[in-house]
Design a binder for this molecule. Structure first.
Ligand SMILES: Nc1ncnc2c1ncn2[C@@H]1O[C@H](COP(=O)(O)OP(=O)(O)OP(=O)(O)O)[C@@H](O)[C@H]1O
Ligand SMILES: [Mg+2]
Length: 446
């Protein structure tokens, strides 16, 4: 939130701006600064929060620059009303109070950015352009939806083949490791891709809310993310969802995580938000693969609860295995059935000198009291090359080579477990075992 990203070209469009500040000189200052920029235009200025809300509804500007402290209705209240009533507008909050509390409150009510006063010209221009570019796609979606008849056309344009395709298997596969760097993102991205086959719809979700790197792995940038969905969980519709999902070059659909770590808390405000979003759209996909971060919290717990399968990723190290065992004990206590988890061992050394430091797989299985279903060999070069190019390891032509072979084996294993006649029905009918995993794990009593 501190630094606006590099300004983007507005392609000859004029960004319309409304200023809301109770101090006339402050409004004048910003107005003068903006007057120098040919792609920006101040279309109105309001001296109170209430007036700001009324003008926002009437003028529907692209951007509002909103002060926080105002006598009748403060900027946070005004922003909350505006983001509800005029979702095509993006609000940039501006205040001398740049403390965390204000920043969080502003973002919770839907502000897109927070600028500290006094603001430099460069920061102001960069922020306006970057927020405009980020919000543009979503704003267009809202406009189309508001135009009623246009909604169907918009949907057809966005997802030509989806139509009324809402009778899919809806298997939610959560990939998790209590150990950082064990390979969750590598496995989740390649699994999602490996599950894509004719007639099957797969979605990859980055639910590592603070430090997700699906975007880095797949070289994807998104202007809309899971944060936009979390803001409208109760009235989420598939058109909004379809427009937020991005498509990788390989054709894989991806729901991106928050663009900045600071936005994670917006999603985490409601610990069931991510799980609810996925449940709502599950019947539009056969497989939803969820990448997660290592930190165990209630959001993750809710995801574990609704998962059809949890892939637990370990590395053959003492720390990795010990923590996976701890997680499994928790799952047992929660009453998860043993077939809900699949243990995958990743980064298994191939080099003889390193092998002697790795814990043998049989010992790991014994300690975990579960079989290790797939062992993925360590291959730094393949992993890093794929990541640096933004391509998937499983996209390699030669599927007989490690680790492509084992990653494909994992995809086939999951496919068979879930789509095989008996298990598929079983998994679909499995109700969430607890409404909130956190109720036990975090000592909360419901
Ligand atoms: N089988 C493998 N062989 C070699 N390197 C691997 C393998 N799997 C993953 N890596 C590498 O290990 C690093 C961590 O992998 P990855 O980001 O997938 O793990 P993660 O569990 O998602 O980590 P984080 O805790 O950061 O989310 C990456 O550099 C990745 O390229
Ligand atoms: Mg990761």
């Amino acid at each position: 939130m501190n630094k606006p990203s590099t300004p983007q070209s507005t392609d000859g469009e004029i960004i319309t701006i409304l200023l809301v500040d109770d101090i006339p000189e402050a409004r004048e200052n910003i107005k003068k600064m903006i007057a120098f920029e040919p792609d920006m235009k101040v279309v109105g200025s309001a001296g109170t929060g209430r007036e700001g809300v009324a003008m926002a509804k009437e003028l529907k500007p692209n951007i509002i620059i909103m002060d926080i402290n105002m006598p009748d209705m403060d900027g946070i209240q005004a922003t909350a009303l505006i983001t509800q009533a005029v979702p095509t507008t993006a609000v940039i909050m501006m205040s001398v109070q740049s403390d965390q509390d204000y920043l969080q409150r502003a973002m919770l009510v839907g502000a897109r950015f927070f600028l500290s006063k006094p603001v430099s010209m460069d920061d102001l221009y960069n922020t306006i352009r970057s927020v405009y570019a980020q919000h543009k796609q979503l704003a267009e979606q809202y406009r189309t939806m508001a135009s009623g008849a246009g909604a169907a056309a918009a949907k057809a344009a966005v997802t030509p083949s989806s139509g009324s395709d809402n009778n899919r298997a809806g298997h939610i596969i959560v990939v998790y490791s209590p150990q950082g760097g064990a390979g969750c993102t590598t496995i989740a991205t390649n699994l999602a891709s490996g599950l894509m086959r004719e007639g099957i719809r797969a979605l990859l979700v980055d639910a590592d809310l603070q430090f997700g790197d699906v975007g880095v792995f797949l070289n994807l940038q998104a202007q809309s993310t899971i944060v936009d969905l979390a803001r409208s969980v109760s009235d989420l519709d598939t058109e909004l969802f379809d427009n937020i999902v991005v498509t990788h070059d390989s054709g894989l659909k991806v729901l991106m995580g928050p663009a900045r770590p600071a936005e994670a808390f917006i999603v985490q405000q409601d610990p069931t938000a991510v799980a609810t979003i996925l449940q709502k759209i599950a019947n539009h996909y056969d497989f939803i693969i969820v990448d997660t971060g290592r930190h165990m919290d209630e959001t993750l717990g809710a995801l574990f609860d609704i998962a059809s399968k949890i892939i637990l990723v370990a590395t053959p190290t003492l720390a990795g295995v010990k923590n996976v065992r701890f997680v499994m004990d928790e799952f047992d206590q929660l009453g998860y059935t043993t077939d809900k988890t699949v243990v995958v061992l990743n980064r298994v050394p191939q080099d003889r000198n390193l092998q002697k430091f790795a814990i043998p797989t049989e010992k790991i299985a014994k300690f975990l009291k579960r079989p290790v279903e797939i062992e993925i060999p360590s291959d730094e070069l393949t992993a890093l090359t794929a990541m640096s190019k933004g391509v998937l390891i499983v996209a390699q032509r030669d599927r007989s080579r490690s680790p492509v072979k084992e990653l494909m084996q994992l995809a086939d294993l999951i496919y068979t477990k879930m789509m095989g006649s008996d298990t598929a029905t079983e998994a679909k009918q499995q109700e969430p075992t607890r409404s909130i995993f956190g109720s036990k794990l975090f000592g909360r009593t419901n």
